[in-house]
Design a binder for this molecule. Structure first.
Ligand code: SAH
Length: 218
């Protein structure tokens, strides 16, 4: 995925070490963090901050997510000792998490509702020629019925609940990982596993902070 780049090589490995120190154990996920050049997904002016473990602005009031949170959520998407098959991401943003997902899942679809961000992500991802990643412009609240069912669904924006179409488009045995808003200020990370066609098992984890899930396209 990356050409030799001594300045950023070291920074990426250090970032993966920070992410491991935050508690992420999944080897493939840590390798993906050590591989994807995060500076390529942020504005050049933020180049020096690209390998900090923090969210950064990407325009249109959106952010590139915090690497340790990206890694934590992608780790949670995995069932123990199982490879990830087909994954849907809601909220492409700049495309960083989509690139991470492409290294750990067989097939990745990523939806973005803001046209300029979708176009920018496409441009930023093009040089990497990722064959198993498809970017879609649209409202992720509706999911992507034409590509369902998904073994994993990951939301990069927080809604008041989990949209029903996404639960419907989860494969049996699949997992969905999402930030869910409890109030204006409070959000929790939620994991939902589809146990059977009618049964879903929900686990509520730590507090997180994400941009809001919004409906419609702009
Ligand atoms: N995945 C990104 C995070 C982007 S921030 C990363 O790698 O860092 C979350 C993104 O979700 C924003 O770009 C926002 O526009 C998008 N979003 C919010 N609601 C959405 C919806 N209903 N459908 C698709 N994208 C949505």
């Amino acid at each position: 995925m990356v050409k030799k780049d001594p300045i950023h090589d070291k920074a990426r490995i250090q970032l993966a070490e920070k992410v491991a120190a935050s508690g992420v154990r999944h080897r493939q996920v840590l390798e993906a963090i050590a591989t994807v050049p995060r500076h390529a997904f942020v504005d050049e002016a933020l180049d020096t901050r690209a390998y900090e473990d923090s969210a950064l602005p990407i325009g249109h009031q959106q952010t590139i997510s915090k690497p340790s949170v990206v890694a934590r959520m992608v780790e949670l998407l995995h069932k123990p000792k199982k490879e990830l098959g087909k994954v849907l991401e809601i909220g492409t943003g700049c495309g960083y998490q989509a690139a991470i997902l492409s290294l750990v899942a067989a097939e990745v679809y990523s939806i973005e509702r803001i046209r300029p961000l979708h176009d920018q992500a496409r441009a930023k991802l093009r040089p990497f020629r990722i064959p198993n990643l498809r970017l879609v412009y649209g409202d992720g609240i509706r999911g992507l019925p034409q590509a369902a069912p998904f073994d994993g669904i990951i939301l990069a924006a927080a809604g008041l609940g989990i949209p029903d179409p996404l639960l419907d488009q989860l494969a049996i045995g699949g997992r969905l990982v999402a930030p869910v808003a409890k109030s204006e200020e409070e959000q929790q990370l939620v994991v939902v596993e589809r146990v059977s066609s009618q049964r879903y098992q929900r686990t509520v984890l730590e507090e997180v902070f994400f941009v809001p899930l919004q409906s419609g396209t702009v």
